[in-house]
Design a protein around this ligand. Structure first.
Ligand SMILES: [Zn+2]
Length: 408
């Protein structure tokens, strides 16, 4: 197979021909021209016309061959379309003014879902910013292909970048386990931007929304999506509960530090883990501690009891259970537990809504961890725009542009 026919095959061109390939291991230059006497498609409507004139030569970066840079060189033709006027032809290997060939965009974008962007750049001999351009192009294509009409259950969460100094609001499609939208800040306004982007028609079709018991989000959801059932995420609720138990332990460890400094040392995870996940050594330690009537132990028992809430087989029973648990917690003389109990009670309607619409953000956590693993390895996610791009590309499950080659 000659280089010319190899290029022709990977580009899948019919209206164009490879004139010659020049250069060597430093870089290949592929000269393209129109196939003789071909009518070419108008760039706006696709109807075919005779070539009217030609534009100056342009270059496109193409997929490297054996690590050798490949440039496609071509003078785009113009046609005189009956409906659109004088238009540039629709170039099959490129898109708009992008200096990258479509197959290169797909290759770079595909690998960027698996590897850090600078690694992808090194692998294909392009700069980090070229990889970014490819991802930007792929995300724009994917978003244009999909209208998100089928959204029914959303999960809303925040994610941090720059070691927790800056936060973003992320909206997930819980049914399809993918990211729908990402925006800077974690206040009501950032979520409002999402609902505005979604538009009133699609907002009205949302049946359930899951998030933390965090007031700025809650007000905006009620205002913009009045039809949706608001469900407070059980994973967030449990993490508030674990924090309360840990606060009790820390306070008690301080109280006991004079008399029994060793007693609560290293017990943090014994109290926070699910009982079933304890090692046998931790279990022995716990059974000793349980006999001492510690405050931490009382908080621990309240925590273990609370998780039974979601085992109730109806909303009514769960409400009865919570009333009983609330009394226990508020009479425990443990301030963090009392505060947690009141927080749940203030949000009880949304907590119990889980029995009507059983959604949670469990899948979101897994997706976030995956995204963080990719973004931590890469430099350059310093700007909000690039971060959002990386999140949408990594978790949006967006379709990639079709090319002759599939690089799966
Ligand atoms: Zn046209």
């Amino acid at each position: 197979m000659s280089l010319e026919s190899l290029v022709r095959a990977t580009l899948g061109i019919k209206d164009h021909r490879v004139v010659r390939v020049t250069g060597g291991v430093g870089g290949l230059r592929v000269e393209l021209d129109t196939a003789r006497r071909r009518r070419l498609p108008c760039g706006s409507c696709g109807r075919r016309y005779r070539v009217r004139d030609r534009l100056p030569e342009r270059a496109w970066r193409h997929v490297p061959l054996w690590g050798v840079r490949v440039l496609l060189m071509y003078r785009p033709a113009r046609v005189k379309c009956r409906d659109c006027g004088i238009r540039e032809e629709a170039i099959p290997w490129g898109s708009g003014k992008s200096p990258l060939s479509e197959p290169l965009v797909v290759v770079l974008a595909t690998w960027s879902r698996l590897l850090a962007w600078d690694v992808v750049g090194r692998l294909f001999g392009v700069s980090w910013s070229t990889v970014r351009v490819a991802v930007e192009r792929a995300v724009a294509y994917g978003q244009a292909q999909r209208r998100d009409d089928e959204l029914s259950h959303l999960g809303i969460d925040e994610i941090s970048r720059r070691k927790g100094h800056i936060y973003h609001t992320q909206v997930y499609d819980l049914a399809r386990k993918r990211l729908v939208w990402s925006g800077p800040d974690r206040d009501g306004d950032s979520l409002r931007r999402f609902f505005t982007w979604l538009g009133p028609e699609r907002c009205a079709r949302i049946q359930g929304i899951c998030c933390d018991m965090w007031a700025p989000y809650v007000d905006v959801i009620r205002e913009m999506c009045p039809n949706a059932v608001l469900v407070f995420d059980k994973f967030h609720i449990v993490s508030h509960l674990l924090k309360a138990v840990n606060d009790v332990r820390k306070a008690e460890a301080r109280e006991l530090s004079k008399i029994h400094p060793e007693l609560l040392k290293g017990t943090r995870y014994i109290w926070l883990k699910n009982h079933g996940n304890l090692t046998s050594r931790q279990e022995v330690r716990l059974s000793i501690l349980e006999k001492l009537n510690l405050k931490t132990n009382r908080a621990y028992l309240l925590k273990e009891l609370f998780s039974m809430l979601w085992n109730c087989d109806s909303r009514k029973k769960a409400e009865t259970f919570f009333t009983w648990w609330f009394w226990q917690a508020t009479h425990s003389r443990l301030e963090p537990m009392r505060r947690f109990a009141w927080m749940v009670r203030r949000h009880l309607d949304g907590v119990l809504a889980w029995f009507d619409v059983p959604i949670d953000n469990g899948a979101v956590e897994a997706m976030n961890n995956n995204a963080k693993a990719i973004s931590h390895r890469a430099r350059g996610y310093r700007t909000a725009k690039t971060f959002i791009l990386a999140m949408m590309h990594g978790m949006g499950k967006l379709p990639l542009p079709q090319t002759v080659h599939t690089f799966s």
